[in-house]
Design a protein around this ligand. Structure first.
Ligand code: C2O
Ligand code: CU
Ligand code: CU
Length: 419
């Protein structure tokens, strides 16, 4: 730290991780053998990052969820860092409290690099909207749940042989890079920062006990009001922060979190060392959403496997597909036309770089109760359309794409220039 500039160095590197019994798995990570430690940004500060590529191939550092000017700082395919190379970038962070993430974006190799383990949690803290009554002792009562699925071949990953054009699936569920993950709960309130970091699989989170999982935040920060759930659906790259209340449990009890029917995390209740409960405010965050005017941008997501397209086109890095004026509210009408393939059409998770949007409607109606906060990724089912309120506060060229990583790599991606 020097003055108001904070310096970070982040290495992408190869390593080994004990994921299954027996031989360790060769993995990739950020300053770690797999995934990476939490990267924290404080709103209002200036950051200087040194990115070092110790991998055998080109990569990029994309800050999924951060409002930073693109395309070099944003880390899309325009910002390659070659093996052995070191790059420095700088940006200001000016946004609300939220959970973002870091992942590589060197299309068409994004999916494979994430598969190897490149992904890390990122938290933005903005003193203006950071609710102090919500647990925030990282690793104690505030923990990440990075959900992914992988297949192992003699304990190793083999992306080429598992590759599926419609999104690579694994047969083993991982949380934070671990199979059979466990955590000991030592305070009655537990905050979970859940990220669906899978290449393709939707996460349908539930528990053996139907414990109430109170959702307090979505991708872009706190919801206007807490939403109690017993089941949470996240498509790829979506995030949710949940608050679980263990005060009625006793030492030795267990809550098993599951993805569909597969156990993914055992929460073992230990002796409570401290009471961290308090009163949640009735309004977590004031969010203005009554906007109707402005230009409308149309995005049509269509197809499967190698026919995936956005507005009938495949990605071309040299083509600007759309433009929007900085600081202006505009509507994006996003649809998924895959309803002409009964039983086959896929959910496409629609993601935008460079800002967080609000969901105005889903199929002409209100969005789901947990979609009233800011988001940067939204699951769109075959035949559905959503209307988004989009406002950029930084200039640059930004991607928008399907976040099934193999679809993105195939070219289900486009770019907007914010002027
Ligand atoms: Cu998660 Cu183009 O990003
Ligand atoms: Cu992104
Ligand atoms: Cu898709």
């Amino acid at each position: 730290i020097q003055g108001d500039t904070i310096y970070y160095t982040i290495r992408a590197q190869t390593g080994e991780t004990q994921i299954l019994d027996g031989k360790p798995t060769a993995t990739w990570g950020y300053d770690a053998s797999v995934l990476g430690p939490l990267i924290k940004f404080v709103s209002g500060k200036h950051y200087h990052l040194t990115l070092i590529n110790n991998l055998p191939e080109v990569t990029t550092w994309h800050w999924h969820g951060l409002d930073i000017p693109g395309p070099i700082e944003d880390g899309g395919p325009h910002a390659p860092v070659r093996p052995g190379e070191k790059k420095e970038i700088e940006f200001d962070i000016n946004q609300q409290t939220m959970t973002a993430w870091l992942h590589p974006h060197p299309c068409p190799h994004t999916a494979e690099q994430v598969w190897h383990g490149l992904a890390a949690p990122v938290a933005v803290i903005n003193p203006a909207d950071n609710l102090p009554q919500i647990p925030h002792d990282w690793g104690i009562d505030d923990i990440p749940i990075i959900f992914q699925d992988r297949t192992f071949h003699d304990n190793q990953l083999d992306y080429q042989s598992d590759y599926d054009m419609d999104g690579t699936l694994g047969d083993t569920a991982l949380v934070n890079g671990t199979a059979n993950a466990e955590f000991t709960v030592t305070r009655p309130w537990l905050r979970l920062r859940v990220l669906n970091g899978a290449n393709r699989r939707e996460l349908r989170l539930n528990s053996n006990d139907n414990i109430t999982m109170t959702q307090i935040a979505s991708d872009g920060g706190f919801l206007p009001h807490a939403v109690p759930l017993t089941k949470l659906m996240l498509t790829c790259a979506e995030r949710a922060e949940l608050l679980l209340d263990f005060s009625s449990y006793k030492t030795g009890d267990q809550v098993v979190l599951k993805a569909d029917d597969t156990p993914i995390l055992r929460l073992k209740v230990g002796d409570f060392t401290e009471d961290n409960r308090s009163q949640l405010p009735a309004t977590l965050k004031q969010i203005e959403r009554g906007f109707t005017g402005g230009a409308t941008h149309k995005v049509v997501m269509a197809g499967m496997d190698d026919s995936v397209r956005i507005n009938d086109k495949l990605y071309d890095m040299t083509r600007i597909d759309d433009q929007q004026v900085m600081g202006k509210n505009e509507i994006w009408d996003v649809s998924n036309t895959n309803d002409d393939m009964p039983g086959m059409g896929m959910i496409h998770p629609f993601h935008m770089h460079g800002m967080s949007f609000l969901v105005l409607s889903r199929n002409g109606h209100d969005p789901y109760p947990n979609e009233f906060g800011f988001k940067d990724t939204i699951g769109v089912n075959p035949g559905e359309h959503v209307r988004l309120l989009v406002r950029f506060s930084v200039p640059g060229i930004f991607m928008y794409h399907c976040h099934i990583l193999e679809h993105e790599d195939t070219g289900m991606m486009a770019q907007i220039e914010v002027i």
